[in-house]
Design a protein around this ligand. Structure first.
Ligand code: AMP
Ligand code: ZN
Length: 113
């Protein structure tokens, strides 16, 4: 999607600090980190939110989920981590391109705000 900031980041049209990349997904460090490690994992395909995902995206979503542990290991998150998908207005989503937050390297509170 031409005016989507995360599509542009995935296409390397806007700079970011890469944590992982393959043909389907891109992971990069959040500009405003909420933990010592805060990475965003996005599909290269534009999907506006989890609410917009379709059955045909199942393999892509599974790939994103299964790569989390690899990315977490590469970032030294052996003590654990949290994965968050903010969805829609009440979910606190501010960028309308599906992304998973991977947070770690500190003890995280529950429940979230
Ligand atoms: P959300 O509020 O769940 O939609 O998360 C959007 C996240 O994207 C926030 O944590 C922002 O700090 C982050 N963000 C926005 N623009 C950029 C950018 N250009 N590079 C890295 N992270 C970004
Ligand atoms: Zn996009």
């Amino acid at each position: 999607m031409s005016d989507c900031i995360f599509c542009k980041i995935a296409a390397h049209e806007i700079p970011s600090t890469c944590a992982y990349e393959d043909d389907q997904i891109y992971a990069f460090h959040d500009l405003d980190p909420q933990a010592p490690v805060h990475v965003l994992i996005i599909p290269k395909k534009h999907i506006a939110s989890l609410d917009e995902a379709q059955a045909g995206d199942a393999q892509l979503l599974a790939h994103m989920m299964l790569m989390v542990k690899e990315i977490a290991a590469s970032l030294g998150l052996e003590k654990g981590y949290r994965v968050v998908i903010n969805t829609g207005e009440d979910g606190g989503q501010t960028v309308p391109h599906l992304h998973m937050h991977l947070l770690g390297k500190r003890s995280l509170n529950w429940p979230p705000g």
